[in-house]
Design a protein around this ligand. Structure first.
Ligand SMILES: [Zn+2]
Length: 410
């Protein structure tokens, strides 16, 4: 059951637009916000005041004296005085579930990680996983109380790979967890008394990138993750694309590989069947004739000149590059961020990705920038927390089916 929201964070569309802009560009003066969102300076000042009063925004020079106390300025303060997010307004919890473990973080209102909890999962049993999730939230909640946020932390974001119904908090199908039709959000909410949202893990990660990361403030970008699975999240005109069935962005199942290779989805030649970590390890073992070779050892051998193993990685990079080029040709993002656990150990895949990308992109899509960045595990959990912050700060916008960065500048 959703809890009563604290504080009038999102009162009007103008307030939401101001808050979004401050998140993306802080610290920022109200005159600059006005220019950015196309409202008058007076309208922005009116929209900013309730956010300052609620305590979710503050003056960036708060230590240097408060303009409200200064009799020479109006109650609204000077519009050139920069404002920023008040990081201690509240905390949110973000947890990422895999079939092996649950990683949870506590983040403040500015998106900084203020606590981390990690527990292994013995199996894919739903009850046991939920118990672990509840334990982690409990531990992070104790941490949040110690930190003393202005408002208690009561929003939780959970992220899971696979087909997730964001609106109902239900996991429809998660292949790695082997879950079907699990009411994850409702069950965790009942056990913790917190407001819980559930999101696909890659979409959650894209949300964190947009709020706090490399894609801060970008309206058109794609995030591609490489690892156990190959996934993507697409942001077009500021809105995260879910599609009619919530599975938009399944780049892993673009058939750019060998049609003879069967994918677990039932399709053939999927890039995920050809370039996932699991496939890479198997092929490296075959190439080396060593059934116990680890991925780290394979990377080491490729680096020291084992061309057979190197070719396994190059081929995977080539196919990933083709898939990303297809994505760029279709949706035309300004940036594609390529990330995932797959990047940390085999960075030399990058040149193969880039070469195939350039080869296959059409016309101006070649100008798409590819940004490759390794991804710490905490970042997945922070993605889930970003979804919770979005839910906390922009509930009505989300209820209307729009992401907060979408078309908010009118
Ligand atoms: Zn497939």
């Amino acid at each position: 059951m959703p809890l009563q929201r604290r504080g009038p964070i999102e009162g009007t569309p103008a307030e939401a637009a101001v808050l979004t802009t401050v998140f993306a560009e802080q610290p920022i003066a109200r005159t600059d916000i006005a220019r950015r969102i196309g409202l008058s300076s007076a309208a922005v000042t009116r929209a900013t005041q309730p956010l300052l009063d609620a305590g979710c925004l503050e003056y960036a020079d708060a230590g240097a004296g408060d303009a409200a106390q200064d009799p020479t300025t109006s109650r609204m303060g000077r519009p050139r005085r920069p404002v920023r997010i008040a990081v201690d307004y509240t905390g949110t919890f973000g947890l990422k579930l895999t079939h092996e473990e649950v990683v949870g973080v506590l983040v403040d209102f500015g998106g900084r990680i203020r606590g981390v909890e990690q527990r292994p999962l013995a199996g894919t049993d739903v009850d046991a996983a939920i118990e672990t999730v509840v334990e982690i939230i409990g531990a992070l909640d104790r941490r949040a109380r110690k930190l003393g946020f202005t408002h208690p932390a009561d929003h939780v974001g959970l992220s899971v790979s696979g087909d997730v119904d964001h609106a109902t908090g239900r996991v429809r199908y998660s292949p790695f967890l082997d879950w079907r039709e699990v009411d994850l959000g409702a069950r965790v909410s009942k056990a913790t008394g917190k407001h819980v949202v559930v999101e696909n893990d890659v979409k959650a990660l894209a949300t964190a990138e947009q709020w706090f990361g490399y894609a801060r403030g970008l309206d058109d970008f794609a995030l591609v993750t490489i690892g156990t699975g190959i996934g993507s999240a697409l942001v077009v005109d500021g809105a995260l694309i879910r599609g009619a069935h919530s599975v938009a962005g399944e780049i892993g199942h673009l058939p750019v590989g060998d049609p003879a290779v069967l994918c677990r989805c039932g399709g053939h030649g999927c890039v995920e069947a050809e370039a996932s970590t699991e496939t890479l390890i198997r092929r490296c073992r075959e190439a080396a004739g060593d059934p116990d070779l680890t991925l780290a050892e394979a990377v080491e051998r490729a680096r020291s000149g084992d061309t057979a193993i190197e070719q396994v990685f190059v081929r995977a990079g080539h196919l990933i590059g083709l898939a990303i080029a297809s994505l760029a040709n279709i949706i035309g993002p300004a940036q594609v961020i390529v990330s995932g656990e797959g990047l940390t150990s085999y960075d030399f895949i990058e040149s193969a990705i880039r070469a195939a990308f350039v080869e296959q992109t059409f016309g101006a899509a070649q100008q798409t920038q590819l940004h490759l960045q390794p991804l710490p595990l905490d970042e997945w959990a922070r993605g889930a927390a970003a979804v919770a912050i979005e839910e906390l700060a922009f509930p009505s916008r989300l209820a209307a089916g729009r992401r907060v960065f979408g078309g908010s500048h009118a």
